[in-house]
Design a protein around this ligand. Structure first.
Ligand SMILES: [Zn+2]
Ligand SMILES: [Zn+2]
Length: 256
């Protein structure tokens, strides 16, 4: 691995380690590019405070800390400043406006909820086709904005209903990603944690469609950065489905 674009910081309130520790681990593992993608702060109109993302008042510190480290480490590693963000149609404009004043590099799409986080977490098992349809529609609409560089854990949606229904909609998702030239992520956090993603049934479809993949550490602890055992597992997983795996990625400028 020479580049990882999926890293969290303690500011999302469920990860540990300082930015410096993540960067030092990345250098020790031989990475050339280290992208931070903490959960984007989200201004909910009713004052709802998220428990798993950077708080609005922490945004400034997130950016300034990484800017200082980017400068300090510039001769040793390329630091990128990004966000993992959902696409919640009703809140998207406010979210983009909130982060617009900052000089950040990229966003990845991680659709942890449908519509907003007051709705059920997408990892909760569901059997309702209407919900799966909405998940896929929102992910595709989010990617169509052109703001997102890649799709994180595309198969985070835990549909446990009819397999034909799963196939139909996830094929639509894979085809949309292919058309828009969006890489899909093999998520090492899920793989090593024995989560329901990355799932064989999803990547079988991706292999059939011919999607391009990227391996993402989704690091929540320093040890997760380019962990050799996890990387091996990720590469084997992608190889099983014949997916082309990108080593580095072309960033989409969220400000365009
Ligand atoms: Zn995520
Ligand atoms: Zn993540």
């Amino acid at each position: 691995m020479i580049a990882n674009y999926h890293t969290h910081t303690a500011r999302c309130h469920h990860a540990s380690g300082t930015e410096r520790e993540y960067i030092e681990k990345a250098i020790a593992e031989g990475l050339e590019i280290m992208g931070f993608s903490d959960h984007v702060p989200m201004p909910f109109p009713d004052g709802h405070q998220s428990g798993f993302r950077v708080r609005i008042e922490e945004l400034e510190d997130y950016i300034r800390t990484l800017e200082a480290l980017r400068e300090e480490y510039k001769d040793r590693i390329k630091i990128l400043i990004g966000f993992e963000a959902e696409y919640y149609p009703a809140y998207f404009d406010a979210m983009m406006e909130l982060i617009a004043p900052y000089d950040y590099d990229y966003m990845i799409l991680g659709q942890h909820f449908i519509d907003n986080e007051m709705s059920p977490y997408v990892s909760a098992p569901v059997t309702d086709e209407a919900l799966l349809t909405r998940y896929v529609d929102q992910v595709l609409a989010g990617l169509a904005t052109g703001k997102y560089t890649y799709l994180a854990h595309p198969d985070v949606y835990n549909f446990v209903g009819d397999e034909d229904v799963y196939y139909k909609h996830m094929k639509r998702l894979c085809e949309g990603c292919k058309q828009m030239d969006i890489p899909i992520e093999v998520n090492l956090l899920g793989l090593m944690g024995g989560r329901h993603y990355p799932s064989n049934r999803f990547y079988r479809i991706a292999g059939e469609v011919g999607n391009v993949a990227i391996i993402g550490c989704d690091a929540h602890h320093t040890k997760d950065v380019a962990d050799p055992e996890a990387l091996r597992a990720g590469e084997e997983f992608a190889a099983k489905y014949g997916l082309q795996v990108l080593e580095t990625i072309e960033l989409r400028d969220p400000k365009k």
